[in-house]
Design a protein around this ligand. Sequence first.
Ligand code: CMC
Length: 331
Amino acid sequence: YRGYPIEQLAENSTYLEVAYLLLNGELPKADELAVWEKTIGSHAMVHESVRQFLDGFRWGSHTMGMLVSVLGAKSTFYPDSRNISSPELMELHTARLVSKVATVAALCYRHSRGLPYIYPDASLGFCENFLNMLFNSPNTKYEPNPILVKALEVLFILHADHEQNCSTSTMRGIGSSLADPYSSTAGAAAALYGPLHGGANEAVLKMLMEIGDVKNVPSYIERVKSREVLLQGFGHRVYKHYDPRASIVKQTANEVFEVTGRNSLIDIAMELERIALEDDFFVSRKLYPNVDFYSGIIYQAMGLPVDMYPVLFAIPRTAGWLAQWKEMMHD
Ligand code: CMC
């Protein structure tokens, strides 16, 4: 990102620092970070009527479908976002989106489960607040485990941006008509939804559950090779080698399991990887695990439902989309 190796950022930075880096070209100094964190915290509330129109969605609706709709609807709350003529307005709506996407994502999750909504808490860090909005409850106090907060920071950092992929191109395509950034972000999120892109983490989990046992891995690999199914979480348009983000995710999985207990699906995933990396079908096509191969296993261990996985991709990618949109608008 902006010349920094991803490993270095995952090790030393928070997601909000990385979002600042993507949007501004350099990591924030201490005073800049303090202002940025405060700004993001101050924008985290959403208008109460968002809750009302969320109520129009069926109970159990897919959270990504709701997120796409609510992001688009947000443009109606900010009419001046349709006329991004000043750098100040661009900055304002960028900060709003980076912040509010997490609140909206949490509201979608709570609605889909029929749970009462939890308001954002500006005294918490971005990821801590997000976990709090997901899991706190009026009758049982939730305290996010710092190791899980750190894991989420790392996953958000890894997912924050990645070149001119499907959703980023959509952001730029819609933004090029001078549509407001809420509508462009909704379009980008819709592009992310598909299983070949940000929906892959959800597809991986479903695949692992379908395989069900390590002993069934060889027969699944045969189905992939006969082109009956895809090996979800493998292959990448840019990487024709091991995706550097996948190595970090794998390492993060072990740290999360120390807290949550081991997710047995990782054994199936590791066996799929072992066989695939030795098999000429995958080797000759340069197919390696990508960022989504192990991320769903972590999210599941953290207690997050499968339909939230693309949403968890969309939250940090919003910073990347906006950085690309901003670059295009300035160009
Ligand atoms: N399983 C089985 N075969 C595959 C896979 C896979 N996951 N990915 C590619 N191939 C085969 C493909 O059939 C083709 O074979 P052939 O040349 O014999 O026709 C060859 O490998 C090259 O495929 P391609 O479609 O030209 O590769 P691409 O670089 O255009 O596609 C991809 C990239 C990510 C769409 C694809 O690898 C894929 O569908 N992967 C599974 C979905 C996935 O994990 N997506 C997440 C991507 S990373 C996160 C993100 O950015 O969203």
